[in-house]
Ligand binder design. Structure first.
Ligand SMILES: Cc1cc2nc3c(=O)[nH]c(=O)nc-3n(C[C@H](O)[C@H](O)[C@H](O)COP(=O)(O)O)c2cc1C
Length: 158
């Protein structure tokens, strides 16, 4: 079965958003998706939208895709089954590595976005970038604010 998950509201099971230190973000350009590990993220409500924010360094290949590719991303909370992907996706670069293959991750095509989510994630969010800004003098990162268009959880988490 390709999909072992169900659709949920953006803030359902929100406690699980914080159970893992690091999550997996995906983004895409020219039909080529990429995945990176993300430690710095938040979820909440902004401008009346359910919003996820990710902090991405401009040095990342992922930054190039987020700024020059499809203006969407997904954020995924890995289950134990795929938790080893965090190291791979946070070490290798999509510039020269297919990290989905390298980390043995299965892609699920996005339903509301053109960017794929990842199978076997406790939570997955499909987001459309609605705002972005530099993070100022805290760290040289760029903040991408994504409106949550769809959210999913694993069936066994219900
Ligand atoms: C556990 C972990 C968490 C990370 N969190 C972030 C983060 O929040 N923001 C960021 O820009 N880089 C973060 N990184 C670094 C990127 O994931 C890493 O540089 C990655 O190789 C970038 O891939 P890319 O070149 O394909 O974009 C993290 C790395 C690890 C191992």
């Amino acid at each position: 079965m390709a999909e072992n998950r169900i659709k949920i509201d953006p803030y359902e099971h929100i406690d699980k958003f914080f159970t893992r230190a690091s999550l997996l973000a995906t983004m895409s350009k020219d039909g080529k998706p990429n995945v990176m590990s993300i430690l710095w993220r938040s979820i909440g409500e902004l401008w009346m939208y359910p919003v996820i924010t990710v902090a991405v360094s401009p040095s990342r290949y992922s930054y190039e895709l987020l700024t020059k590719g499809i203006r969407e991303f997904t954020l995924n909370v890995p289950s134990d089954k795929i938790s080893s992907a965090i190291d791979i996706c946070g070490t290798y670069s999509g510039r020269n590595t297919d990290k989905f293959k390298q980390a043995n991750l299965t892609i699920i095509p996005g339903k509301r976005v053109k960017v794929p989510t990842i199978k076997d994630c406790v939570l997955s969010y499909e987001c459309k970038i609605i705002h972005e800004t530099d993070s100022g003098n805290i760290e040289p990162h760029h903040l991408f604010f994504g409106e949550i268009l769809a959210a999913y959880t694993l069936k066994e988490e219900i």
